[in-house]
Design a protein. Structure first.
Length: 267
């Protein structure tokens, strides 16, 4: 199969977790996606994800994890990090480079703090160490739209806030289609994860991170603001910081040099 891409599950206590695996490198690279996981897990996405991140497939074996499939109310980003560590242990991933995007970066922060032996290098992309007014407004808006069941409005707000104005103008015709195709049967999973974003706070613990760390942010980030990335980099000893002036929250898709920038740090 293309890039050895596989759709997989790992069993956890009382439930399981979807993940995908691709690449053939010796070094494990763990990727943790954002809040979109609350609407749609990685199940069945191995081939498109392997294509999207194919530049990593030679040097790394890439594992991309969803959150577990049964999550309780009050489930926190720290709880998610605990489950992530358990999943890695079951799969024999003793130490890995960890890349967390947005909410995935929040989970990665706790993983690096609570399970430092598992994180060799850490890449935190378009994420925050704690809630702030921009993040709160964004997430509360999405939660209100989800509670109303207005999926088209939720998708429109996501695309507007995550991507550049040029991207939105070019692709806004897709939003109604996305609203029909991606609507979940229940928003419970999304709302639990959104609440976890609002309650996330690892700020005071970041100075304890000893992994080599790269923080990447976007000055035009309308989801949580560019200052959130600067704040993280200032808290983690020796962390490198790179800010994209022209890109926002979706910089990991829109910045053409993003993959190469990460690869340079990792290799």
């Amino acid at each position: 199969m293309l890039y050895h891409a596989r759709n997989k599950k790992v069993n956890l206590a009382g439930t399981d977790m979807d993940y995908i695996r691709f690449g053939s490198g010796r070094t494990p690279l763990v990727m943790l996606p954002g809040l979109g996981d609350g609407l749609q897990t990685l199940k069945g996405t191995a081939v498109p994800m392997a294509l999207m991140y194919r530049q990593f497939s030679r040097d790394f074996t890439v594992y991309m994890f969803s959150r577990k499939n049964s999550i309780p109310r009050g489930y926190t980003t720290r709880d998610m990090a605990r489950d992530q560590a358990a999943a890695m242990e079951q799969l024999g991933i003793r130490k890995a480079a960890v890349l967390g995007v947005s909410m995935g970066g929040m989970i990665a922060q706790h993983l690096a703090v609570d399970y430092p032996e598992t994180v060799e290098k850490l890449i935190l992309v378009a994420t925050s160490s704690r809630s702030n007014p921009i993040l709160t407004e964004s997430v509360q808006t999405w939660m209100a739209q989800a509670k109303r069941g207005d999926h088209t409005a939720l998708m429109d707000s996501n695309v507007r806030k995550i991507y550049s104005d040029a991207y939105y103008r070019k692709n806004k015709w897709l939003v109604p289609i996305m609203g029909k195709v991606t609507k979940p049967e229940s928003y419970d999973r999304f709302l639990i994860q959104a609440e976890a974003c609002l309650n996330h706070n690892a700020f005071d613990e970041l100075p304890g991170i000893r992994s080599a760390t790269l923080v990447i942010g976007g000055e035009q980030d309308h989801c949580l603001g560019g200052d959130a990335s600067r704040e993280i980099a200032a808290q983690i000893p020796g962390a490198e910081l790179y800010m994209y002036e022209q890109w926002g929250h979706g910089l990991y898709e829109e910045a053409r040099d993003f993959h190469q920038r990460v690869l340079r740090f990792l290799t």
